[in-house]
Design a protein around this ligand. Structure first.
Ligand code: NAP
Length: 264
């Protein structure tokens, strides 16, 4: 039985994760953290019977008292780094869905986990379809180096571009290199209208109500375009990958970045 604590348990992803872990036979939810409803029973707040885990806001206390195997983090970019450091210090394997960690922070967390020989996962995207989108995009970039990314998310998302868009761009850059594309005399009549520039690729972030998490990778070639698109239309899309990640970190002794590096 894998004992799991969920940080950000009352957020959109956290609630879905609590339900997924509670419905999984080889996992046990032993702790739930959030800033809201502290002291109340998680089951009461989520409307699930017989769930007596009490919501807490002190991660260290919860990790020490409930001795979990894994801490899942779906909080926000401002707190995730400290949460993961606390988990590693307590010998708890982090499975991190929160996006917004910098390259330096990821490097530091990998070093910390390596010193403790502790398994962990930082996964900008748990949706298997999105991971396949990235894999297929890397294949396409060998033949179509001119590419732009459009990602679309709900309007409460605070970081841009999305972790998935950034990960896609990194993988594409490994294939096509740092390459200027488009017209050399191009200029913007409105600042930022051509999107963010990552190694010559443009990334555009759309934020609107109604979206969950969507992305198009658009390749342009002579006389043709190719679009690879993924749509997560429900947060349930992330759960099979999250559960796989939780199981996988039990059998590794390093911090891995990207679920694709554990499952493909
Ligand atoms: P959300 O609805 O805002 O949920 C975050 C929750 O964490 C909120 O309830 C928040 O409380 C709580 N929180 C804030 N600080 C905390 C702390 N110190 N300790 C414990 N809980 C804390 O956000 P979301 O939509 O669930 O997304 C969460 C993160 O997951 C984002 O970074 C998002 O980009 C990422 N995400 C990743 C994937 C993936 O597949 N990897 C998929 C979707 C989303 P307050 O409201 O009081 O701040």
């Amino acid at each position: 039985m894998i004992k799991v604590v969920i940080s950000g348990a009352l957020g959109k992803m956290g609630q879905e994760s609590c339900r997924a872990v509670l419905n999984t036979a080889d996992m046990m939810l032993v702790g739930a953290l959030d800033t809201k409803c502290v002291g109340r029973k998680l089951g009461e707040v989520l409307g699930i019977e017989n769930v007596n885990v009490v919501i807490n806001n002190n991660l260290k206390d919860v990790l020490q008292e409930s001795a979990p195997d894994v801490m899942v983090d779906f909080t926000n970019p401002n707190v995730v780094f400290d949460n993961v450091k606390t988990a590693i210090a307590c010998g708890v394997r982090p499975v991190v869905g929160t996006t917004g960690l910098s390259e330096d922070q990821i490097r530091e967390l990998k070093v910390m986990a390596a010193k403790k020989q502790l398994g962990g996962l930082i996964a900008p995207n748990f949706a298997i379809g999105a991971l396949l989108m990235i894999k297929f995009s890397a294949m396409a970039a060998r033949y179509f180096p001119d590419v732009e990314i459009i990602e679309m998310h709900h309007d409460q998302k605070i970081d841009a571009p999305s972790g998935t868009a950034l990960r896609t761009a990194e993988v594409l850059a490994d294939v096509r290199g740092d390459m200027k594309q488009g017209c050399s005399e191009e200029y913007e009549k409105i600042d930022g209208v051509r999107g963010g520039n990552f190694k010559g690729m443009r990334i555009h972030s759309v934020r609107l109500p109604g979206y969950v998490a969507h992305q198009e990778v658009i390749f342009g070639g002579v006389g043709q375009t190719l679009v690879i698109r993924h749509d997560a239309i429900s947060r349930k899309a992330f759960m099979p990958g999250l559960l796989m990640g939780i199981r996988k970190v039990m059998n590794i002794n390093e911090m891995v970045y990207g679920l694709e590096n554990l499952i493909f």
